[in-house]
Design a protein around this ligand. Sequence first.
Ligand SMILES: [Zn+2]
Length: 262
Amino acid sequence: MKITEDFFPLAYSTSKNVYEGKMTYNEGKMLLTSKGMNSNSAADYINDFKYMIEGDKFTRTLNAPSIEYFLENIYNDYGISKLSTALSALERHIEYYESFGKGKLNKVRSIYEKFLKIKPSIPADEIEQNEIIKYLKEETKRAQILNDLKNLKETDPEIISINHKIYKRDNKTIAQIKFLRNFQCQICGTSILKKDGTKYIEAAHIKAKNLKGRESPENIILLCPNHHKEFDFGDLKITEHSVSNLVFTLNGTVYNLNLLID
Ligand SMILES: [Zn+2]
């Protein structure tokens, strides 16, 4: 059967609800078939959604416009990291399908490439930090993070492994500082709420990275985007910088920030 775009929203929301445990697999299938979709297609949508979200290769192909619809909505509902995961599932699907010599998935490939272009809009460091933060929330106790930060050494390896994945140590340190400081600007106390429920905050180096400023609690302050730019481009005079405090005048206003983390 030809699945028209009228079906996409229901196919997507049903697959999502099944994945999130809000309905059973059979309930989802019954809902889709009750609206006229055949049983195989209903199963393909529900299964392929799960493969996309988990980054696994799927073997049953969907029509190109519905793949596009699914990617768009995965991006909207789950953010860039799940889009990225779904794209890697799709890449493996395309390779799998084309390896049989049954033809090319040209339309699907062009959709894949279109979404691939969205990815670099978020810096890789930001993505890494977000992943590490999720891990910190699940696995690590506050005391362990503090201990990690207190024992940072310049000789520590630059690349670390968390949960079998490779990250830059700097990103781990910044993620830990963001976590401990609750993602709040140290000047105005604000943070930005993202649609996935997590918070966005920026890390500013007091001594610039290219001047050998380290990623460490005494050299990193957390700032909202406005204060970050003001800190970088405004009239800044640092009058005191110790392990515990940073005192500075920025565009005529004096600030005293606590650099101690506990
Ligand atoms: Zn601020």
